[in-house]
Design a protein around this ligand. Structure first.
Ligand code: ZN
Length: 292
């Protein structure tokens, strides 16, 4: 582990990462560790300036290998993704400029302190196991919800995203800011110990949430939503849902019940996902075995 990158403002209206990166740029000593280098940067300056999720399309879905190679894509985020990939990647390379990326996000869903991970490298999961030990309330969601591999953190061989919520878009919450900041210091401490050759004694298994499927709102012929998330489901992130539980409420007050196998609901009523076409994710709670 030689170089780590902490990225914020990938979504310009998710202020925790925006202001943490700002703080660390002013106080680089906070990120300094004895045996590796840490870069911190804003990934989408223009969207931060405009307090928007993105300018043309979602930067955090812009790192698919085919898109990075496609020279005809000339949107703001497509060009930005290529520049970031030259700086932090290149993606898929064994000699990428950084070894590990932690990308900072917030969510309007009530997810507390969470990690969203698509990477299956042993080092990524070792870091996650350490973080779970340091922060027992940390939730780990293994995401394969859409365009897997197109995330910011996919530029490096190892990494994940941090999601904290609930917080509205364009808003800072001190408690979530502090929790995210503390988690980053644990990440840095882990790599300092790892590079020092320290042996870790965490358990060989982790309880995690494994992505199952996406649930969209029932929509009319124009694609507009016909329901809201039911108030009894609202904020029940990481809770079980079983057949017969209230899922949606129509504007006329009719309850739409969930039908299907018993699973956990995550990213419930995330504001940014109305346009992506889902109301929540379903995941299965599993015992994940760590690789040696
Ligand atoms: Zn985000």
């Amino acid at each position: 582990m030689k170089k780590l990158a902490i990225t914020g403002g990938t979504h310009g209206n998710e202020l925790t990462g925006v202001y943490l990166v700002k703080k660390w740029k002013l106080n680089p000593g906070l990120l300094k560790r004895s045996n590796f280098e840490t870069l911190c940067l804003h990934t989408n300056e223009q969207s931060i300036k405009e307090v928007r999720r993105y300018i043309d399309h979602d930067l955090n879905r812009s790192f698919g290998s085919a898109d990075l190679r496609n020279e005809t894509l000339d949107t703001h985020e497509a060009k930005l993704a290529k520049r970031l990939n030259a700086l932090l990647g290149p993606k898929g390379s064994h000699t990428s400029n950084v070894d590990f990326i932690v990308d900072l996000h917030t969510t309007t869903a009530n997810m507390g302190l969470s990690i969203v991970v698509s990477n299956d490298s042993a080092l990524t999961w070792k870091a996650i196991a350490y973080l779970c030990q340091m922060e027992p309330a940390l939730n780990v969601y293994r995401w394969q919800g859409d365009e897997e591999g197109a995330f910011v953190d996919s530029m490096a061989p190892h990494g994940f995203a941090i999601e904290v919520g609930a917080v509205p878009q364009g808003v800072l919450r001190a408690d979530l800011f502090l929790q995210t900041e503390t988690l980053i210091y644990h990440v840095l401490d882990f790599f300092e110990k790892y590079n020092d050759g320290q042996r870790f004694t965490f358990s060989k298994t982790l309880e995690i949430y494994d992505h199952h499927s996406l649930v969209d709102y029932p929509r009319d012929s124009e694609g507009d939503i016909m329901v809201m998330v039911h108030h009894e489901r609202q904020d029940k992130d990481f809770d079980l849902i079983k057949s017969g539980d209230p899922l949606f409420l129509t504007f006329d007050g009719e309850v739409v019940l969930y039908e299907g196998e018993t699973l956990c609901t995550i990213f419930i009523n995330e504001a940014a996902y109305y346009e992506k076409g889902f109301a929540m994710c379903l995941a299965r709670k599993i015992t994940f075995e760590l690789k040696e």
